[in-house]
Design a protein around this ligand. Structure first.
Ligand code: C2O
Ligand code: CU
Ligand code: CU
Length: 488
């Protein structure tokens, strides 16, 4: 990984479009947003039964708009299940348009996965029931109706889906108030245009906000005790990519990625988190003086950044409707040390048994070329030259097969977080350099940097039927950057 000094030099030398090159460890100014910080809200737990999709009547979220929700809460309630449980919930759609629920990262039967062909009409309902196969980990749920995912997620429809198992519980990881889910997003709160209104530049750039929200709280802070915390980080933003670090440079100790625990903790000082991705980190506040504040920040990066290090060159992502372009430095959430913890907590040296897939055992290699069409304003984003067609089957995969996939970017201007439904994979290599800390373990979403080829090894899921592969920049997905994957 390149050092911070090298990184800043290339950012300045590359003539970035950012007006301010902020030293990432100074928390002084964030672009956009009010400077007043508000207390973090923790989502309530899903009590079971009905999940009603609706628009909340009043401004109760601090989002400056009437939030769209599941379960009448913002953020949507956290679903907590154990591996092998049978999960059940009923979606009642009280919106004026179709919606659905996709259980992102959760291995659900195809007809329970929220494929856009199974969208639930306004006024209708649908029951989801399936057994939990996943390892303990941080998953999430959000709508997946055809061409409206970006709008519905942006307006507030997203929640955590947390799976526990006995292997994880035996580790004694921080629990209760020390286990904190953080859904990181961005919203346009400064420009006076609440709601979701995509303009032509938002389609290539993605819908970028001017204010960072965590659990739907703009400019959040959270009071912590002098102990060890487990933060479950979810990038629920439509398009913004975060390159996280702490203002004082303390390490982020990564214990889990999209598909659950690593075999051992990995310490890093920066962590990429693209839309759809999760990472769990342990953070130690036990040595902090009372009254100390630490900012979790996203540091600046160039659009042509590599997997391993920072940006090498960059053209700043072009004009946007926001003062906070992709790759701009920004504050995410401040932690204020306010109380003494009764015990310090301990980082385990070993975590979980992590099966390593061997790419040499793959029965098939597939290539997914990511490219932009020229001379169009919509339908720009293609996978293998295809735009999404609900009725067309693009790939057929034998259940449980081990396959190698190459995500090959032919796009020099955008980073694409590629996501697959109904199965998980492991990252093998990046053509641009070493793997990131968030490339380890089981994944369902991976960042593909401009002109990069990312090789992964996947284990195809067990359930037959139609699943999806798509870019999780939601404006790219809604623009057609998605294909049908049929498990045979
Ligand atoms: Cu989180 Cu198909 O999506
Ligand atoms: Cu998904
Ligand atoms: Cu994309």
């Amino acid at each position: 990984m390149s050092s911070r000094r090298e990184f800043l030099k290339t950012v300045v030398g590359g003539g970035m479009a950012f007006s301010v090159v902020q030293l990432p460890w100074l928390s002084a100014c964030s672009h956009g947003g009010t400077t007043e910080r508000q207390p973090l809200v923790l989502p309530s737990d899903f009590a079971g039964g009905m999940l009603i999709a609706s628009v909340l009547p009043d401004v109760s979220s601090g989002l400056g708009t009437q939030p769209w929700t599941f379960g009448g809460r913002t953020p949507a309630p956290t679903i907590r299940v154990r591996k092998t449980d049978t999960f059940s919930a009923q979606l009642l759609n009280n919106l004026a348009e179709p919606t659905s629920i996709h259980w992102h990262g959760v291995l659900a039967p195809a007809d329970m996965d929220g494929h856009p062909k199974d969208a639930v009409a306004a006024g209708a309902s649908r029951t989801f029931t399936y057994q939990i196969q996943n390892r303990a980990g941080t998953y999430w749920y959000h709508p997946h109706p055809h061409t409206a995912v970006g709008k519905q997620v942006y307006l507030g429809m997203a929640g955590f889906f947390i799976v526990q198992d006995s292997e994880e519980q035996a580790l004694g990881l921080p629990a209760g108030e020390f286990d904190v889910p953080l859904m990181i997003q961005d919203r346009r709160l400064m420009g006076g245009s609440p709601g979701y209104a995509v303009t032509p530049t938002d389609i290539p750039n993605g819908y970028l906000g001017d204010t960072i929200t965590v659990n739907n709280v703009p400019n959040a802070y959270h009071e912590v005790a002098t102990g060890l915390y487990r933060f479950r980080l979810l990038n629920g933003a439509n398009a913004r990519i975060f390159r996280l670090m702490f203002s004082d440079g303390r390490p982020l100790v990564v214990i889990a990625t999209d598909g659950g625990l690593l075999d051992a903790p990995v310490s890093t000082d920066t962590l990429w988190l693209g839309p759809g991705e999760r990472a769990e980190i342990l953070v130690d506040f036990s040595k902090d003086p009372m009254g100390h504040s630490i900012m979790l920040q996203s540091m600046a990066f160039g659009m042509a950044g590599s997997g391993g290090g920072g940006g090498h060159t960059g053209h700043g992502g072009g004009a946007t409707n926001t003062e906070l372009p992709q790759g701009a430095a920004v504050d995410v959430i401040r932690f204020d040390v306010k109380r003494a913890a009764s015990s310090a907590g301990r980082v385990p040296t070993k975590l979980a048994v992590l099966e390593k897939l061997d790419p040499s055992t793959a029965t098939k290699t597939r290539t997914f070329e990511l490219a932009m069409r020229e001379g169009v304003t919509t339908g720009l984003h293609t996978i293998n030259k295809l735009l999404f067609d609900l009725a067309r089957v693009d790939e057929q995969l034998p259940a449980q097969a081990v396959e190698v996939w190459d995500f090959k970017s032919l796009d020099d201007g955008n980073i694409h977080p590629m996501h697959v439904h109904g199965m998980q994979f492991q990252v093998v290599s990046r053509s641009s350099g070493p793997l990131n800390a968030n490339d380890l373990g089981w994944k369902d979403t991976v960042l593909v940097f401009p002109m990069e080829t990312v090789r992964v090894v996947a284990r195809v899921g067990t359930y037959p039927g139609l699943y999806l592969l798509h870019c999780h920049t939601l404006e790219h997905e809604d623009d057609g950057m998605m294909i049908n994957m049929q498990i045979m």
